[in-house]
Design a protein around this ligand. Structure first.
Ligand code: SF4
Length: 240
């Protein structure tokens, strides 16, 4: 696994951005998140060592733009260079998430065709209106590997009609002392929608404020992923 952040910074865009961890971390360090800058790692997928070998070894999953949004408008002049590197490194698999899926078609390279085999796109949603808005677009896009990221999930959602060609649905709650609660019933509902449509499902993290069986719990940040794993409700299509 490798990280590749060709630029940093982002602008809050929708309800799910309220407690964005990038903005929170930058605020602590006195950095203006709204200033979008190219990083020193811009070329990292094609950087080589003294032996002429790529520094990022073949076969890895590369998490792309996890300190920004890959489809951010501010990065329009830089993205084509990234696609060129992604194409050159067809031996790696790149994953990026976006809340700006409506920009996708304006952001892809001319030779995208039905999609690059080595790219997974995760469409992030947080509530029913964003799910309807974004997934109705996502469903029609030429992307070979599609994930839906319901994180932070802030209300119960029904996305069953959008899951036809989705490989994985990920669910998670919000992390912050003022976070909106995550109700376990919403998680179970999404799991059921995935079972019904034969879609992989992963419960990735609880919320700081978590409701189970009508009771409200407060979890610390270290418990969020551990408790979700402990629930043991992930669903893999091979199971059936
Ligand atoms: S789109 Fe993502 S990275 Fe950008 S502000 Fe929202 S949550 Fe943060």
């Amino acid at each position: 696994m490798a990280m590749w952040n060709p630029w940093r910074g982002c602008h809050k865009y929708s309800e799910g951005c309220q407690f964005c961890y990038i903005h929170k971390g930058d605020k602590r360090r006195g950095i203006d998140t709204n200033q979008i800058i190219k990083t020193d790692n811009f070329m990292s997928p094609i950087e080589k060592n003294k032996k002429g070998e790529y520094k990022i070894k073949s076969g890895q999953v590369v998490y792309l733009c996890f300190s920004s949004d890959f489809l951010l408008e501010d990065a329009d002049d830089w993205r084509m260079e990234c696609w060129r590197m992604i194409k050159e490194r067809s031996d790696l698999h790149f994953i990026f998430l976006t809340k700006r899926i409506e920009r996708f078609e304006a952001c892809i390279p001319d030779d995208w065709g039905s999609g690059y085999e080595n790219v997974t796109v995760g469409c992030t949603i947080e509530n029913q209106s964003r799910a309807d808005e974004r997934l109705s677009i996502f469903k029609k896009l030429p992307i070979i590997h599609k994930n839906v990221i319901c994180q932070p999930l802030i209300e119960e959602i029904d996305i069953v009609k959008y899951l036809d060609d989705v490989e994985l649905v990920v669910v998670g709650g919000e992390s912050d002392k003022n976070a909106r609660s995550l109700d376990y019933n919403w998680v179970l509902s999404l799991r059921q929608q995935c079972i019904q449509t034969k879609t992989n499902f992963e419960f990735r993290q609880c919320g700081t404020h978590f409701i189970k069986d009508g009771k409200q719990f407060k979890l610390n940040v270290r418990q969020l992923c551990a408790q979700a794993r402990k629930a043991g409700i992930d669903f893999k299509v091979e199971q059936i």
